[in-house]
Design a protein around this ligand. Structure first.
Ligand code: CU
Length: 128
């Protein structure tokens, strides 16, 4: 499906958001698949996230830059979600929980104009 913009009918996705988490997330990963993605100008670090089908991935976006950033998956239907819900102000963090039920590569990017072109892109690699 790489390079194709078709929607996956079986793709169930949970998008949970808890904005403004004041305490920085710990790097310690328990049983959950938690990933801290640091957003700066103009990159995500890391920009590769590994996940497994059916296992929720908790992505915490920490904005350590001086501009606002977000994180969106353009290949996934995210109704009314065009990065707005993950818009993260400098110094803040936003949590995004996603569950993929199809293996594959899911690119993500920052939707702020020019940011993706400047390098704010990445991908989640979902294995079966
Ligand atoms: Cu950005």
């Amino acid at each position: 499906m790489k390079g194709m913009a078709i929607l996956l009918p079986g793709l169930a996705m949970l998008v949970g958001l808890s904005a403004c988490a004041s305490q920085p997330p710990t790097g310690a990963a328990g049983g959950d698949n938690q990933v801290v993605v640091v957003a700066t100008e103009m990159r995500f670090s890391p920009n590769r996230i590994d996940a497994r089908v059916g296992q929720p991935v908790i992505i915490t976006i920490v904005n350590e830059g001086s501009e606002r950033h977000d994180l969106a998956f353009p290949a996934i239907e995210m109704p009314k979600l065009e990065g707005v819900e993950t818009l993260t102000m400098p110094g803040q963090s936003t949590r995004l929980t996603m569950t993929f039920d199809q293996p594959g590569t899911y690119p993500f990017l920052c939707t702020i104009p020019r940011h993706a072109a400047s390098g704010m892109t990445g991908a989640v690699f979902v294995s079966p």
